[in-house]
Design a protein around this ligand. Sequence first.
Ligand code: MN
Length: 245
Amino acid sequence: MKILVSNDDGYLAPGIIALAEALRPIAEVVVVAPDSNRSGSSNSLTLDRPLSVFRADNGFYFVNGTPSDCVHVALTGGLAFRPDLIVSGINQGQNMGDDTLYSGTVAAATEGYLFGIPAIAFSQVEKGWAHVDAAARIAREIVERDFDMLQKPYLLNVNIPNLPYDEIKGIRAARLGKRHESEPVIRSLDPHGREIFWIGPAGKAKDAGEGTDFHTVAHGYVSVTPLQVDLTHSAQLDVLKKGLS
Ligand code: MN
């Protein structure tokens, strides 16, 4: 098996190092990741300048671009082979509910999925890398699972509680929950006295009921959500068709 690994925290992040190490015993692993932290970059592609690919001492490739750039370049000419699987992460912090729209971690996986390759995004629920080795072990176990019950390509979004391996209760399928609207922007002044703004934190969980990713990880399980890309609101489409006819 050949696996392309990427992330949005950058090629030096502990999460991608742990993930690549965990997968090496079971696959040929190539890492192509951003040169710096590009969290929150969603599916953006860099179109206003060229991209460069560099090779680090540990063999990882890094790109002066976004997660989507990395996977895009790898799949459209950068790699000499077509990977069997795209794996992204392990992200520092959860990508649950509406986070999946902003996430560069999910986007790297989505880019592979759009090219017809199965893809899995991994995130740890809490920031700080606690028990990242356990998360990497879980990630390998999930990669090793046969997802033959799913049509290929599949796109899976996985969130892993920051627990020791033995305290993780299991792996459960879950739907995305929903968040409240984001916290307010953080105002400050730059050294010249000009007003500046930092984007505030994501909103608290709004729909975190049973069956959601929020609920699943809060109870000590790993959540796995199958994603799709079609954003069409089918119910409204039918209403709109009638309204516009
Ligand atoms: Mn990130």
